[in-house]
Ligand binder design. Structure first.
Ligand code: C2E
Ligand code: MG
Ligand code: MG
Ligand code: MG
Length: 283
């Protein structure tokens, strides 16, 4: 029906340029066996406390090691997996692996920080999602406080009320939800008020030129101030330079994430990091 069509069309956003290409056809096909053939890996990127660089969280970011094409970016294949429906089994695998990894890092390495998992809107809205989350936690023996879910405002597309109900249910299970990529797309400030989230992640697009673009700096400052009035934690994504770090500290941003601190890396590499980042620069 028309509603279904509209929803699917909308989900092609990032993958549009690949959708009709030969590459997309091949990749969509290859996605079907990739899970069985163990071609996916979860990388983790630290999220640090702005004022002292201490690691306060990890974001799980999926990687696909394609047998012929090498590493393929999730920006390319996640939209394809959404088109084919593969995102459902893949999303379940991601949740389970992230919970297992978080439990292992806690037990074996003493790293007790929440792991954030990106959830596709299709996965989020699907019946049985909450049961999948609970099962992933139970099977890994992970306390719910150590799992965080990142959703984007696209979860609101099929109705805000349903999304609010789901996030409240997650909250009741002890799991926190962050609003990812805030400021892009259809962001409305009222989402910050209406959604029972605990954290908002400022999109990298605003951070990139924060030192030179006064409008972006003003938007960032406005979001941080308002989010704090609403008792939300603010994370800035895509910090690549010391100037951006300093700027965001001045603007009272709580948490920072970006290549300046650490790139996404395999779990074993995370354990080699010092507790405070960047280790070579004075903060
Ligand atoms: P996202 O959730 O906003 O993740 C942040 C992206 O920014 C990641 O790209 C990360 O590698 C990148 N990044 C972090 N710091 C910097 C920086 O300083 N500079 C630059 N240029 N980039 C930085 P990645 O891993 O390629 O993922 C892209 C997107 O794909 C994610 O954006 C998310 O929307 C999606 N994605 C990734 N992993 C998953 C997953 O497990 N499940 C789902 N559903 N989506 C995922
Ligand atoms: Mg994210
Ligand atoms: Mg993001
Ligand atoms: Mg993004």
């Amino acid at each position: 029906d028309a509603k279904q069509q509209g929803r699917n069309t909308w989900h092609w956003y990032e993958g549009d340029q690949h959708r009709g290409t030969e590459e997309a056809v091949v990749l969509r096909h290859d996605l079907h066996t990739a899970l069985q053939e163990d071609q996916f890996e979860l990388y983790y990127q630290p999220i640090v406390e702005a004022v002292n660089g201490r690691i306060r969280g990890l974001e799980a970011l999926i990687r696909w090691h394609h047998p012929e094409r090498g590493m393929i970016s999730p920006g390319v294949f996640i939209p394809l997996a959404e088109q084919t429906g593969q995102i459902i089994p893949l999303g379940r695998w991601i949740l389970r692996r992230a919970c297992q990894d978080a439990a292992a890092m806690r037990a074996e390495d003493g790293l007790v920080v929440p792991v954030a998992v990106n959830i596709s809107s299709l996965q989020f809205r699907r019946e049985g999602f909450l049961a999948d989350v609970q099962e992933a936690l139970d099977d890994a023996g992970l306390p719910p406080e150590l799992l965080e879910l990142e959703v984007t405002e696209s979860v609101l597309l099929d109705g805000a009320e349903q999304a609010i109900t789901l996030i409240n249910e997650l909250k009741a299970m002890g799991i926190r939800v962050a609003l990812d990529d805030f400021g892009t797309g259809f962001s409305s400030l009222s989402y910050l008020r209406d959604l029972p989230i605990h954290k908002v992640k400022l999109d990298r697009a605003f951070i990139q030129d924060i030192g030179t673009n006064r409008s972006n700096a003003a938007i960032v400052q406005g979001i941080i101030t308002m989010a704090h009035h609403l008792d939300l934690t603010v994370v800035a994504e895509g910090i690549e330079e010391r100037e951006q770090q300093q700027d965001l500290i001045r603007r009272n941003c709580d948490l920072l994430q970006g290549f300046y601190f650490a790139r996404p890396m395999p779990r074993e590499a995370i354990m080699e990091l010092p507790g405070q980042l960047p280790s070579t620069v004075e903060v």
